[in-house]
Design a protein around this ligand. Sequence first.
Ligand SMILES: Cc1ncc(COP(=O)(O)O)c(C=O)c1O
Length: 391
Amino acid sequence: MRFAKITERLQGLGSDKWAVHIEGKHREARGDKLIFLSIGEPDAAVPEAIMDVAERQMRAGRTRYSNGRGEPQVLRALSAMYSRRTGRHVTPSQFLFLPGTQTALYVAFMGTIDIGDEVLLPDPYYATYEGVIAAAGGVAVPVRADPDRGFHLNAADLEKKITPRTRALLLNTPGNPTGTVFTAEEIAGIGALCRKHDLWIVSDEVYATLTYGNTVFVSPFDDKSLEERTVVVSSVSKSHAMPGFRCGWIAASEEFCEHVLPLSETILFGSQPFLEDATAFALDNEFPEVDAMKVSYERRARALIAGINGSKAVSARMPEGGMFVMIDVRKTGLSGDEFARRLLAEEAVVTMPGESFGEGGAGHLRIALTVDETQIAEAARRIRRLAERVA
Ligand SMILES: Cc1ncc(COP(=O)(O)O)c(C=O)c1O
């Protein structure tokens, strides 16, 4: 049989990135005791009060069809949240409720690019980005972010890669895997560049609530002059430890939402009303568990950095946000991939090689801050031990 081109475009964009994690899972099944730092899945439980709302609403019969935009309650909650954040009125018609940031990314690219269009992608980048760009027929154009500048990129780095086919920039701040948060100045420069070249900005803000120290999260969407060209994608997966709920959204102009509504309708025919109610409740209220989660990620990052600091073979810097730390293993002479494989084989620690996130991640390991401080400190000891053994 003859299959559609999209199936070819998406071939081979996945599993080898996860090879070390998959090997770790095989070993665990055989009885090995390992420390898993490979997957960015929050280890905290969903706040009890949110679980109660989901359950209550399901039992109350909120189990019928919804619609392609989302239930009025959740659109109102999003409108209130983004109006607070931006300081201007963001209307409920500026949102589409979708199953997670991942689906929102898919809709964002299906709505902005055509076959052969180029998308600028700061490198290293989140593992599914190449896939969502390729699904829409686009060409990902990686722009190397310098690890020695904390993976910060500025407009000048991006401008060199712009061609007549460039249509969009995919921004992820706070970044996965980098932990980098773009400053207001950087966002202003990037925004000016996108205005000049008439580019869309797809802004993945799934880690927006997780910033550390004095770092402030800044979104291009919050600048009124960039609103029409910015498509924010986000969710409660990380902020409220609810990845399995698959509750996310797009925030954009009314015009954008109007244009892509048929896409959402044809993919989904609406999300689950009881989960939309739970999301509305999550966004309308504050939860001690959510604050505690952020505090614990920050503590874990500090414990990891403290364990690595002072080594001549490896180094790491405190992330500005998100739930990952990049460890620089270049001085060992091993690639990130070789180091991650040896770390699993010799020290029973499972990490992601930086190369899984593009060439820009070469010579690094990505550590997910999803285990407690004691285990993180133990993992740091083992990483350091391996690095110093091979360096
Ligand atoms: C940068 C980034 N974007 C999107 C996602 C997917 O998020 P969601 O669960 O909301 O689909 C992740 C998940 O790890 C991520 O790290």
